[in-house]
Every structure is written in C-alpha cells, then in structure tokens.
Design a protein around this ligand. Structure first.
Ligand SMILES: [Fe+2]
Length: 279
C-alpha cells in the first residue's frame, strides 16, 4: 500500500457545497520540483540537473524544519524516507494517485524545478501514462505552457455541481484575459475550487501569511492592479468556494473569509499530500 509508505504525510481538508451529492476526493500536490536528464540531454543540462538535485537535497530539509528565515514556524516530517530524488518522489506521488483514484490529481505548480527539455518530456510522459484525470498549473519556476502538461489560459474540470478551475498566477499577477475568463466563470455561478500556484493574502489570513516573506503571496495591497483584482475576486465572489495552492514549501490551512478555505500544500518532493474533499 502506497498510503503506508513513510515518505508521505497527509493533510485532509474539504468544503461542503450545498447540492453536491456524495463525497468527491481530490489529491492535491505541489512543488515537486522535478529535475531530470535523459539521453536527449546535453552535458550542460545533465550537470545543471545534478547541481539542482544537490541543492534541493538540503534546501527541502531546511524548508521542512523551518530553518530558513522566510519559512518560520514550519516543523514538518523529514527523515530518511524524504531523502530521495525529485524523480523518485514524483513517481511515488503518481503511484499513490493510482492507488487512491481521486476524481482528479491536482498539481499546483513548480512541477519542474526549472524549465528543461528532459523535465518537460518526463512530465508529459508520466502524466500521459497516468490513468486518471489531472489538472496542472505552472509555478514561478516554469513557462506559461508546457506541451501535454498544461496550456495557457483558464482551464476547468467539471463535476456534478461544482468545478475545479486552473488559474495561472505564477508571476504574482493574472493576465487581463485570464481575469476576464475567471470572471465569466464566476458569473455562471457554478461553485468552483480555484487551483493556482501563489496564495493570496486577504484581511482574514494575512496574519498567517505574514509569517512568510512577501515573495510567497499575492497581497490585497499589491501595486499591480490585476493582482489586487484577483485577490478581491477570490475573496469576495460567492462562486469561489475554496483555493488550493502551493509555492510556500510549508503547509498552511488558511481561510480567505470564514468558511472559504485556502489550502497551501507543502512540498510534494518531500512527501506532502493534501487530500481535499468536496461534499
Ligand atoms: Fe516551489
């Protein structure tokens, strides 16, 4: 049973939406930071991959132990089971998803450590082989689209009585086009769970988010107009029922307003799994 593998540690959250029948399970992971090389890689690409793997081997542990000045307060599981490569970690996560069979696997960004062709080939191949549905957004380490993994623009998966909506906020803002598309979905009124990379800090959760550096969240007071509009939309629009994101490399369960969860998943490369139910 993958569930019993000591690599994983789980958080369970959920949201109740009136009218939704039964319980719908989603497996949300984030910040897997896959770094890899293959026979098509140049020697430089291979060297870069090895360098990044070495860097993350210590950095992910420091994040988990809260030993970085900008990740104060986290004390998350970390030991030998987490001391594996980013590729091994990603494969465990996929094997877990195959076992749990969530209604969709949700990947909230920094899927790759950095854009590299071997990494993009790897993700495309692995996700194509995955037997279930998946929805993926880019992180700040990644391009705006990746063939076979995610496209640009607002995308959605529809379920009975609700939808999961993918929004690219990886540059600490959202494009005008994407904001308009998100607003149009809000106007349709179908309850939605928004999947994005960077969390937003509303009045209700800024205290929690101010424990990390402002690099890690989009503030309601941002200079960027689209960023402010995005925060206000998530906070105030009634169609938005929950937000799933990452980026912080530490788990935080926040609420944008009371009753509207924003679950910030921790680093998937160190075994964090967020099981989210809609019922
Ligand atoms: Fe990350």
């Amino acid at each position: 049973m993958m569930m019993d593998d000591n690599f994983f540690w789980f958080k369970r959250n959920g949201v109740r939406i009136p009218g939704v029948k039964g319980e719908h399970l989603f497996m949300h992971i984030t910040d897997t930071h896959v770094s890899t090389w293959d026979e098509g890689s140049s020697p430089e690409e291979r060297a870069e991959t090895e360098k990044q793997e070495t860097m993350w081997a210590s950095f992910k542990e420091k994040f988990a132990r809260g030993q970085l000045p900008f990740s104060v307060g986290n004390d998350e599981p970390y030991g030998d089971p987490q001391r594996i490569s980013t590729v091994e970690a990603f494969e465990k996560q996929l094997a877990l998803a195959e076992e749990l069979k969530p209604e969709a696997l949700l990947l909230s960004g920094d899927n790759l450590e950095r854009m590299h062709e071997a990494g993009a080939r790897y993700l495309k191949r692995k996700l194509a082989a995955y037997s279930g549905k998946f929805l993926c957004v880019p992180g700040n380490h990644e391009p705006k689209s990746m063939d076979g993994v995610y496209e640009t623009g607002v995308r959605k998966l529809d379920f009975d009585g609700f939808r999961i909506v993918a929004v690219d906020d990886s540059r600490k803002t959202v494009s005008r086009e994407d904001l308009d598309a998100l607003k149009a979905l809000c106007d349709e009124g179908t309850p939605m769970i928004v999947l994005c990379h960077i969390p937003v800090a509303t009045a209700n959760c800024k205290e929690e988010l101010h424990r990390v550096m402002d690099y890690f969240y989009i503030d309601a007071d941002a200079e960027d107009e689209n960023a402010r509009e995005f925060v206000a939309l998530l906070e105030k629009n009634d169609a938005v029922r929950a937000v799933l994101c990452g980026h912080v490399h530490g788990y935080h369960a926040t609420e944008l307003v009371p009753g509207k969860p924003q679950i910030i998943g921790s680093q998937g490369m160190a075994g964090a799994v967020d099981l989210f139910t809609v019922s």
